[in-house]
Write a protein of this length. Structure first.
Ligand SMILES: CC(C)(COP(=O)(O)OP(=O)(O)OC[C@H]1O[C@@H](n2cnc3c(N)ncnc32)[C@H](O)[C@@H]1OP(=O)(O)O)[C@@H](O)C(=O)NCCC(=O)NCCS
Length: 175
């Protein structure tokens, strides 16, 4: 079973490896195997860089695990932005990024945000589009794809039973 949990200090070396391998091996559509681009992209994914991410109070660094195996790494930044979502190439297409994304969305929603944002790679663009994310600036020249997901407002059981009555009460301004 895939479990998503906050990262801890002991995860730092493996988080660094997964982030780096994922970028190098899976994101060639984005970096074109250009060593200079890869170097800039992976620079802050060193163990020191990951430790800094972990200690930064603006970040919620998360890992998707199966038993002792770390499958994928995610990060929520400033409460409502997804800053990382990278799967270990050895565990691609086994549901890890899907589980991690669903968990990050749930955390953002639970914190009271009505929407979330991220900048997708070309590699993951279809993955996000298939999960309800929309591009916010589709025509712009870019190195990434800015996206946003607006969460559906949960309806109370009473609203769900009688949506028309709820609408008319809302429009009349009464509570
Ligand atoms: C594309 C990617 C995000 C999918 O994550 P995963 O953990 O491997 O896959 P999951 O099992 O959770 O989800 C499978 C989804 O991958 C996508 N997918 C399937 N084959 C694909 C392929 N050849 N190339 C790209 N995406 C593919 C589909 O959207 C699929 O969803 P579906 O099963 O509903 O059709 C991941 O494989 C990847 O390439 N990550 C690289 C890092 C990256 O770009 N991260 C995003 C940073 S913003």
């Amino acid at each position: 079973m895939i479990v998503v949990r906050p990262a801890r200090e002991a995860d730092v070396p493996e988080v660094s490896r997964v982030l780096t391998d994922s970028i190098v091996e899976l994101c060639s559509l984005d970096h074109g195997n250009d060593p200079a681009v890869i170097e800039v992209w992976t620079r802050n994914k060193s163990e020191d860089g990951v430790r800094a991410m972990l200690l930064n109070p603006a970040n919620a660094l998360l890992v998707a695990t199966e038993g002792d195996v770390l499958l994928a790494v995610g990060c929520i930044v400033d409460g409502d932005s997804i800053g990382l979502n990278y799967v270990d190439p050895r565990h691609r297409f086994r549901g890890a990024s899907s589980a991690l994304l669903a968990d990050m969305e749930a955390r953002i929603k639970a914190a009271g945000h009505s929407a979330a944002q991220l900048t997708s790679t070309a590699t993951a663009r279809a993955f996000y589009l298939a999960r309800g994310w929309q591009e916010t600036d589709p025509g712009a020249p870019r190195t990434g794809y800015p996206m946003r997901k607006i969460f559906q407002v949960e309806r109370s059981p009473r609203q769900a039973r009688d949506p028309a009555a709820y609408r008319s009460r809302r429009s009349s301004g009464r509570t």
